[in-house]
Design a protein around this ligand. Structure first.
Ligand SMILES: Nc1nc2c(c(=O)[nH]1)N[C@H]1C(S)=C(S)[C@@H](COP(=O)(O)O)O[C@H]1N2
Ligand SMILES: [Mo]
Length: 173
């Protein structure tokens, strides 16, 4: 015996409409977000805090480096092009500290859009000391990183942990 429950129909209709709304409204909200423009903020203890666009980075002296590092999904081997962190500090007027040996007294907190943060010391990248050719890359294997965002390159690191993806800020402390 087929018994139809008349009250079930409007409920189903309502559920259907709700499901439809979920699928249609969510992308509409995402589309309303302002386009994320890639830029790098250099602030904290620097003389002239800067917000550098990708174009501005392209106008600075470029370095290209071949690197290879371990990740949870195997070894990554690529060639990155970008600007040395030390050169970027220079662009921001240098470390704002007149003390002798100031380049050995500070840290740089590098933060990504997802909140991932890595801290390095200024002494590690100072040319007369650690001299590490750490850089912010805008290009990988000849292709612009574009929407992937800028990336920290740490030549010599064995694991990829400091290869911060989509970096947005370098704060000198
Ligand atoms: N923004 C951001 N960058 C990040 C991470 C992260 O979680 N967020 N993980 C790091 C770790 S632990 C590794 S091993 C590498 C992985 O590199 P891949 O994304 O190119 O595979 O990215 C590094 N950079
Ligand atoms: Mo990792």
């Amino acid at each position: 015996m087929a018994v139809t429950l008349p009250r079930a129909q409007p409920l189903r209709l309502l559920a259907g409409v709700l499901v439809l709304l979920l699928f249609t409204v969510e992308p509409a909200i995402a589309d309303d977000q302002p386009a994320q423009t890639t830029a790098l903020l250099i602030d904290g203890k620097v003389k002239r805090a800067q917000r550098l666009s990708v174009d501005a980075l392209h106008r600075l002296p470029a370095e290209r480096v071949d690197v290879s590092f371990q990740t949870s999904h195997g070894t990554e081997k690529s060639s990155y092009t970008g600007v040395l962190l030390w050169r970027l500090l220079d662009e921001a007027g240098g470390i704002d500290d007149p003390a002798k040996g100031a380049e050995l007294h500070h840290t740089i907190s590098i933060t990504a859009r997802d909140g991932y943060t890595v801290v390095i010391s200024t002494g590690e990248i100072a040319p007369d000391f650690g001299g590490k050719a750490a850089m912010i890359a805008y290009e990988r294997d000849g292709v612009e990183l574009g929407a992937q965002g800028l990336r920290v390159i740490m030549p010599g690191d064995r694991h990829g942990g400091r290869y911060v993806r989509d970096v947005v800020e370098m704060e000198v402390k």
